[in-house]
Design a binder for this molecule. Sequence first.
Ligand code: ATP
Ligand code: MG
Length: 357
Amino acid sequence: MTQALKIGILNGDDIGHEIVPASVAIAKAAAEVHGVAIDWKPLPIGAKALETHGHTLPPETMETLRTLDGWILGPIGHRAYPKAPNAINPHPILRKQFNLFANVRPTRSYPDIGCLHDNVDLVIVRENNEGFQPDRNMLVGNAEFRPNDEVTLSMRVITRTGSRNVARAAFELARQRRKHLTYVHKDTVFKLGCGMFVEECKKLAPEYPDVLLDDVIVDTMAMRLVRDPQSFDVVVTTNMFGDILSDLAAGLVGGLGMAPGLCIGDGGVAMAQATHGSAPDIAGKGIANPYAMIESTRMMFEWLGHSRNNPRAVKMAQAMSKATTAALGDANVRTGDIRGKGNTATFTQAILQHLKG
Ligand code: ATP
Ligand code: MG
């Protein structure tokens, strides 16, 4: 018998308390329909955990995460945390501890929701652990420092291993999709840093003769994403380029509420994490778009279905996708940011109805 999937629920902050429960309700309903056994583990994290456990990433949360197959991480509003040693931003620690080196961020257009283009279906794979936001262990001291009050130095770390890891994740994804991979860089200027990333992308090409490999310079990429996003399938790039380009891509298809993400690596676990932040400006109003979080959750179950050889989980993910797409098509239920008249609850209920119907 297939083992139950062990999945963590980490609400995060602000709208996380609205969109994570919505995603879990939908996943539970889909799992029930398709007979997927899931052992759910709600875990404290973020501002609430600071109140209840005295830490934004309590040790018991970390211990439990090590026993799980994957988890849903709501957005974290760390900029509002008090300045205290136990009020840390959990993101870098989670990504590093579980070696989640690839952040897979799809962009897909849907009719009538305010997309700037039709027929967009691309995925940006962003390196997650280095670049301008390196893990502290890679450096002596901080990534930024001021040798004197007039000058700031910001360091960018590029490693062969990090570049190879993310490039391989992108090649594998391209192989499952339209078999076209574009690596994005600026080796014309950053000859050593981007140069190393480019070398590692090219080195893997002979292992993937079925994948068409090309490259675009990052500034040109910003222009081309705006003008002809349909010409891309899978895009792989370094940390900060990926951060910026994936928000740009989200803007093409209805905004941040439409931008899901999945963090994966070689540790065998997956972390569902929407691209957007905790949106404190709209928190508590019941109007946050849950799509990105729901779709991130769906991606996690699809990934686990394949990596755990659990075909029911793959079916469950397909059902979530179908129900979400159907609900997106109804302006009465979808949220205001994507030209709807509904809210978080109406959108979620509609997806649940489609799942059960
Ligand atoms: P971070 O640094 O954590 O990425 P940010 O400063 O980029 O955060 P967000 O929290 O992502 O900011 O919010 C940016 C804008 O997008 C806000 O106006 C917010 O209300 C809106 N937004 C973000 N997520 C959603 C969502 N799921 N539904 C509707 N609006 C959203
Ligand atoms: Mg942001």
